[in-house]
Ligand binder design. Structure first.
Ligand code: FE2
Length: 193
């Protein structure tokens, strides 16, 4: 079995690569409407990968397992990252609206707020949730995490196949030659090797 926490970390790396490309892109918004397909892709990735597929794996599976092993559900690290996710969802919704309206003046400020929040959010998960997960979760929990993540991948695939979202991420990164991470490190949960 692949380590399901490693797989979540790989998804964080995929997200950081996209965020890095979007950071570059916001400095070139004056180039005009040719970049809108890029932002349409970005919003799709943020909605379907960041705030849907990946978020569900942590909220619906990882956090529940951590609470069962004694971590506080309210307050503490889980409460903090939940609150951040609500803020991030609002920002991504706002970003989607200004991209739909083709308002380059509004995209940059919203994305800069969004990237600061999302990067801090990933860092806090890696500092305050994944280490306790490695300490507290028993092998049986890791199996449940693996199966739960695989189920969510299958469900999310019905809307947008994972391979399509990884391809979108690759397209976004390649525009600015953001090299992190390599595609071969990104694999779905639950595929037996
Ligand atoms: Fe995460």
């Amino acid at each position: 079995m692949d380590d399901p926490i490693d797989a979540l970390l790989e998804e964080h790396a995929l997200q950081r690569g996209v965020f890095g490309a979007l950071d570059f892109e916001t400095t070139h918004l004056e180039q005009g409407p040719s970049q809108y397909p890029f932002w349409d892709d970005a919003v799709l990735f943020l909605r379907e990968f960041v705030t849907e597929r990946h978020r569900r794996k942590e909220e619906e599976v990882l956090f529940l397992l951590l609470v069962q092993r004694g971590l506080r559900d309210r307050g503490g690290p889980i409460g903090i990252v939940r609150a951040e996710r609500a803020d991030a969802n609002d920002l991504i919704q706002a970003l989607g609206a200004v991209v739909d309206e083709r308002r380059p003046d509004a995209i940059g400020p919203i994305w800069r707020e969004c990237t600061a929040l999302l990067r801090g959010h990933l860092q806090r998960e890696e500092s305050f949730l994944f280490p306790p997960a490695r300490q507290l979760l028993e092998p049986v929990d890791l199996s449940r995490l693996q199966r739960g993540c695989a189920r969510i991948d299958r469900e999310a695939d019905r809307l947008h196949p994972r391979s399509e979202l990884v391809e979108i991420a690759s397209r976004i990164r390649s525009r600015w030659r953001v090299r992190e991470p390599t595609e071969d490190k990104i694999r779905p949960h639950g595929n037996p090797q």
